[in-house]
Design a protein around this ligand. Sequence first.
Ligand SMILES: NC(=O)c1ccc(NCc2cccc(O)c2)nc1
Length: 235
Amino acid sequence: MKFDVLTLFPELFNIVMRESIIGRAQENGIIKVNAINIRDYSKDKHKKVDDYPFGGGTGMVMTCQPVIDAYNDITKDMTVKPKVIYMSPQGRVLNQKIAKELSTEEHLILLCGHYEGIDERIIEEIVDEEISIGDYVLTGGELPAMVLIDCVSRLVQGVLASENSYSEESHFNGLLEYPQYTRPADYNGKKVPDILLSGHHANIEKWRTQQSIERTKQKRPDMYEVYERTHKKNL
Ligand SMILES: NC(=O)c1ccc(NCc2cccc(O)c2)nc1
């Protein structure tokens, strides 16, 4: 899966996306993250990429020309135009379901805005979808783009060590994750629940499911309400 990222700060991606699981997935050729510097496409003699908003107001707006020219350049040889996602506070809020949908795409283009946003005509011209990582405003779309790349990439076949490592985890099955323990079995007098040391896998699975349900009910009643509706017969 390939991500082309249109950004004013490509170095951010070159450093962060080279580390850990995403970095290894790039080395293995499963994922490719290609950061493109929008500023390189500015035709302004001072390489300006923003300007004052018409109608007044504080802050600056990203101009059309550098972004549209960058998009046209990276897609000029593509027969199928990839989906363009603009990271914006106005977007559909990212969740595990959306991440799963996006992980089936071969190629995504992510557009990172800055300042107070981008000229609306960019959205009309090239953006297919706006996605937000939550209801708050950041200084730029780069962190949201990295969050999206991380949560989508880990669902791509071969990125995580084992497929089922995400199928049981939080949000994937509509529940929060059960508590996890590792050695030592007794840490400062705090013991690991006996059931987990029993080696009885059927009982362990039952205990874990019950823990997930209880945690979801307590921490995320909104998620529990959906789970209850879809599983009411088993509860
Ligand atoms: N919640 C998010 O996903 C998110 C995304 C981007 C962003 N900042 C850049 C920006 C972009 C557009 C308008 C705007 O006001 C600010 N901040 C938060």
